[in-house]
Design a protein around this ligand. Structure first.
Ligand SMILES: Cc1ncc(C[n+]2csc(CCOP(=O)(O)OP(=O)(O)O)c2C)c(N)n1
Ligand code: SF4
Ligand SMILES: [Mg+2]
Length: 416
């Protein structure tokens, strides 16, 4: 690697959040996963959470590769098993913030059972689901979310199944935070992930995203940029929408927003509640009583809030510097002396300038006309017989010329 690239990578604003030594990534041009990862990294930075206490778990697929690019502890686990692995991590160390970042095929197809049960238990996890309506990595097969009539490699005549609406599915299963955006809504994605990182319980963020290489191409929907334009036109922002109304038809409207945000005891809180009833105040989890764990959690929350405030203050400062750098500095007006008579001078200059310009313009026009006329005259002069005759006449008469010609011409010998 050249030193320039090394320097560029180490100075990237994403270094420390993403593993720059792994760049460039594998995702196709126009694929939505890249901007989602960017939004996620931004959210982690802004949230103030301790990156050392963050774990990212992905399944298998193009989206599954996220685990390999983030600079946090991460697990790239088997297909469909991201949620159970993440659940295990959370139960083994409840102090960790655990994020699952995977594809809709991984999370709702082979891993669908784990998804609904983690939502039902209100497991303390954040699930970011990249929904590109296809099994991207394996060649564009139909998935549980592929809209009806859309073409996939396994449904070449159009999908005849009924797709899942993921917000509705997760809501029905018991999820306590549910939002949907598209990969074009980078700021909203960041905000939603930030919110989810601050809360407890099962958070599900669906991001509708273009798989340019397989879904868009096969369905003749253009490229990544066309799809962003499409998202702009087809999305309807409806916070708090009834999740029953979030179904997506092929190339139809896409309802986006934060649909659900409610409090409910998490799985671990429910375990605590049950155990304290059985064991009483002596109940401990991983060697800590509930009041001890609560005190630790409170202290961590304060640290996170302080870090977040510091990050936001730095950002605000940067924004102010940027804006003030753009405001043009007003120059003090020049001192006006009686002699100078600025107004008249300006007028005179203006007049002169206009005069010059007009003269120049007229001159140009005239020149153009003259040239055209002259050329036309010359051309006409050359072509008209009369003009030729006129030119020739004063010097030598036509007859004389004819004579000269006859005199010089050799006499043709004819055979008898
Ligand atoms: C047990 C098992 N079954 C099937 C596969 C093949 N496989 C790998 S990735 C994938 C689909 C991934 O689709 P999705 O989760 O939507 O991710 P995307 O590639 O679209 O981001 C499949 C079927 C596998 N790796 N393991
Ligand atoms: S195949 Fe599709 S999902 Fe995979 S990287 Fe390419 S565009 Fe993205
Ligand atoms: Mg997919």
């Amino acid at each position: 690697m050249s030193t320039d690239i090394k320097k560029f990578k180490s100075e990237s604003p994403m270094s420390g959040v993403l593993r720059m030594d792994r760049m460039p990534h594998i995702w196709c041009p126009g694929c939505g996963i890249g901007s989602e990862v960017n939004a996620f990294a931004e959210a982690v930075k802004r949230s103030g959470i301790d990156p050392k206490k963050l774990v990212v778990v992905s399944g298998i697929g193009c989206t599954g590769r996220v685990a390999g690019y983030v600079d946090f502890d991460s697990i790239h686990t088997t297909h469909g098993r991201a949620i159970p692995v993440a659940t295990g991590v959370k139960l083994a160390n409840p102090e960790l913030t655990v994020v699952v970042f995977s594809g809709e095929g991984d999370l709702t197809g082979i891993g669908g059972n784990h998804l609904i049960h983690a939502a039902r238990r209100n497991m303390d996890l954040i699930v970011i689901c990249n929904n590109n309506f296809t099994y991207g990595m394996t060649g564009g097969q139909v998935t549980p979310t592929t809209p009806s009539t859309a073409i996939a490699s396994t449904t070449p005549y159009g999908n005849y199944e009924y797709p899942f609406s993921l917000p509705f599915l997760v809501d029905a299963a018991g999820g306590t935070y549910i939002a949907r955006w598209t990969s074009m809504h980078a700021r909203n994605v960041t905000q939603s992930i930030e919110e989810a990182l601050q809360r407890k319980g099962f958070s599900f963020i669906e991001i509708i995203s273009p798989c340019t290489t397989l879904y868009l191409r096969r369905n003749r929907l253009g490229d990544g940029v066309d799809m962003l334009q499409d998202y702009q036109e087809k999305t309807i922002l409806k916070h708090g929408a009834d999740t029953r109304e979030t179904a997506i038809d092929f190339q139809g409207k896409i309802v986006i927003g934060k649909f659900v945000d409610k409090d409910k005891p998490t799985y671990l809180e429910a375990v605590d509640k049950c155990c304290i009833k059985l064991v009483g105040d002596d109940y401990q989890l991983y060697g800590k009583t509930i009041p001890e764990r609560e005190a630790e959690a409170k202290a961590e929350k304060e640290r996170v809030a302080a870090r977040r405030a510091a990050v936001l203050a730095t950002e605000e400062k940067k924004a102010v510097t940027k804006v003030s750098a753009k405001i043009p500095v007003k120059k003090a007006p020049a001192k006006v002396t009686k002699k100078a008579k600025p107004k008249t001078a300006i007028k005179a200059v203006a007049k002169k300038a206009t005069a010059k310009t007009t003269v120049k313009a007229v001159a140009k026009k005239v020149a153009a006309k003259t040239t055209v006329k002259a050329v036309a005259k010359k051309a006409a002069a050359k072509t008209t017989v009369k003009a030729v005759a006129k030119k020739v006449a004063p010097k030598t008469s036509v007859k004389a010329v004819a004579k000269k010609a006859t005199a010089k011409a050799p006499v043709k010998k004819t055979r008898k």
